[in-house]
Design a protein around this ligand. Structure first.
Ligand code: ASP
Length: 590
């Protein structure tokens, strides 16, 4: 039977006691972590969020001992008694409280617990479905408990930083109008207005821009965003952004704001990061790494060696170059570990995917071998290795074809090899700004342009004239913050001129009528003295996952959904009553 809490008040957390506390009379409140019943001796480890403390029952107090022996894992208890030093042979160096123990004088059984479906006391592997169903038990375990503490410290550091920089945290609506981040909206039917819907925000984009029109000047919000996408990879239907907007900001202003923020965020885990972060254009990232989120921990940049083949006797490559294609290569960082059969294996894997990969190698003695046809000649192979900087003992992989495709192929291979060779050290933090993204991307299905970032992103001043003549080549004042191959944030300088904004809608095939219907309120606001402005949104979940060295963002979210967008603990989504549906005008009234 559970006893009342009464006046019982915790004096210390279960992580607090040290040898300096010996002699003090303390009260600990927490869960039974482990029971060690040695017959005449009974030890209980008591746990709360802060840690674990051993308590010991006095064998002379029979009634107390009998009560103690009824304790099971995860019962909730209060213990009161003096702190004493453990005998030398029982000191537990692994436990912060391991020098001491509490002698139980009074035990209060505050609640019993069913036997948990998995052990809370250790982090032994348990299937994720079970962990998600019993999330409250999983959250008690050390891994998730420390992730929650980390996440709190990160958000606290973020708030402190922005406050010191004069930012105001302003809340924006959850029930709103469809926003333009390009994903599907979650819709909320209106009961009051039959047939009308709110949309949950994909981001507060328009509100934060309107806050700039409103003179807020510097806005930040740690906010939930909702996107109804098929949950590829590691996405969640609702996720958290650190959303930022600033008046009179250039891209540079935002970089200078965010770099010291990252410094403060990484200080939470005791890491010092180097600023400024390298910057590279989208075009450079795509060519050198085959990705707009390059992982810069492993070197191995892709290099263009097409000029070697323009006049070469290797007809296949010569033709590719003459037709506007290219030849690209990268030098493997760890060539010594690649036997001939390992190289053939890689080539065959690429072949199975329809990609034609060649290689060239220089042995320690300087002689060259390659998979190029004999006719290419050793001299060209040597020149190729020279051009890529591959010295003795080094190996280069080579692909020819369409420039984007060659870099993509080599970029993926580069990452595969980096993983294989353990070059992606999770404790190295390689940041980069990728800048000057294309403003538009061609949607071949819809046969029209779509905004690559979102429709409110400003073109580069230098490219403004090309909006009419060659819109596909216009670069944007858009940037992404990349960390270890993940995009952890993205933003842009915005369009603040209503005419340019209308032109942008035209380019996106959004007619004047539709623009007015969807964004009329915003276009109108732009006409009332809008300062130039820009901002960024950082993905808090991904950032915390990287800081916690977790590969999935689910490990840093208290109550995440599965990959199929289900909450296994609450069983949401679930059906609702016909009455509710009728009220919402989703079923005809009978
Ligand atoms: N609203 C954008 C996003 O959610 C970020 C930004 O442009 O500030 O990706």
């Amino acid at each position: 039977m559970a006893e009342p809490l009464g006046e019982l008040t915790r004096t210390h957390t279960c992580g607090a006691l040290r040898s300096g506390d010996v002699g003090a009379n303390v009260v600990l409140l927490g869960w039974v972590h482990r029971v060690r019943d040695l017959g005449g001796l009974l030890f209980i480890d008591v746990r709360d969020r802060a840690g674990v403390t051993q308590v010991v029952f006095d064998k002379d107090d029979e009634a107390l001992m009998a009560k103690g022996k009824r304790l099971r894992s995860e019962f909730v208890i209060g213990v009161e008694g003096p702190v004493r030093r453990r005998s030398e042979d029982t000191i537990n160096a692994k436990l912060e409280t391991g020098d001491v123990e509490v002698v139980v004088r009074k035990l209060t059984l505050l609640n019993e617990a069913k036997t948990p479906p998995f052990s809370v006391a250790d982090d032994s592997p348990v299937s994720e479905d079970v962990r998600l169903k019993y999330r409250y038990l999983d959250l008690r375990r050390p891994r998730l408990a420390s992730n929650m503490i980390l996440r709190h410290r990160v958000t606290a550091a973020i708030r402190r930083y922005f406050d010191a920089q004069g930012f105001l945290e302003v809340e924006t609506p959850i029930l709103g109008k469809s926003t333009p981040e390009g994903a599907r909206d979650y819709l909320v039917p209106s009961r009051v207005h039959a047939g009308e819907f709110f949309a949950l925000p994909q981001s507060p984009q328009l509100f934060k821009q309107i806050l700039m029109v409103a003179g807020i000047d510097r806005y930040v919000q740690i906010c939930k965003c909702f996107r109804d996408e098929d949950l590829r990879a590691d996405r969640q239907p609702e996720f958290t952004q650190v959303d930022v907007e600033m008046s009179f900001a250039r891209p540079e202003t935002i970089f200078n704001l965010i770099e010291p923020l990252m410094h403060d965020v990484f200080a939470v885990i005791g890491k010092t990061i180097t600023t400024p972060f390298p910057r590279m254009s989208y075009a450079e990232a795509m060519a050198k790494y085959g990705s707009d989120k390059p992982d810069l921990r492993c070197g191995m940049p892709i290099q263009d060696v097409r000029e070697l083949f323009r006049e070469s006797s290797f007809g296949v490559f010569k033709k590719i170059v003459a037709d506007g294609g290219t030849v690209r290569a990268f030098v493997v960082a760890n060539a010594a570990s690649y036997s001939r059969s390992a190289v053939d294996g890689i080539v065959n894997q690429e072949k199975a995917q329809g990609r034609h990969l060649l290689w060239a190698r220089r042995a320690e003695d300087g002689t060259t071998t390659s998979s190029f046809p004999k006719a290419v000649g050793e001299e060209t192979v040597r020149q190729l290795l020279d051009a890529t900087g591959a010295g003795n003992g080094q190996l280069a992989f080579v692909v020819a074809g369409d420039p984007d495709a060659t870099s993509k192929t080599l970029g993926q291979l580069r990452l595969t090899l980096a993983k294989r060779d353990g070059l992606l050290d999770p404790e190295t933090y390689a940041f980069a700004w990728v800048v000057e993204f294309p403003l538009l991307e061609w949607d071949p299905e819809e046969k029209r342009y779509a905004a690559m970032h979102h429709p409110f992103t400003s073109p580069l001043d230098d490219d403004m004239a090309k909006l009419d003549t060659d819109p596909g080549s216009v670069r944007a004042k858009a940037y992404d913050l990349v960390l270890n191959g993940s995009e952890i944030g993205g933003g842009s300088t915005r369009i603040h001129d209503a005419r340019v904004q209308s032109r942008m809608f035209e380019l996106l095939n959004i007619g004047a009528e539709e623009a007015k219907l969807r964004f009329g309120f915003f276009l109108e606001a732009l006409e009332y003295g809008t300062p130039p402005h820009g901002g960024i949104a950082l993905g808090l979940d991904r950032m915390c996952a990287i800081l916690a060295n977790e590969s999935s963002i689910r490990e840093v979210i208290a109550f995440p959904k599965t990959a199929t967008a289900v909450d296994l603990m609450t069983n949401a989504p679930s059906s609702v009553s016909p009455r509710q549906l009728r009220e919402l005008h989703l079923l005809p009234r009978t």
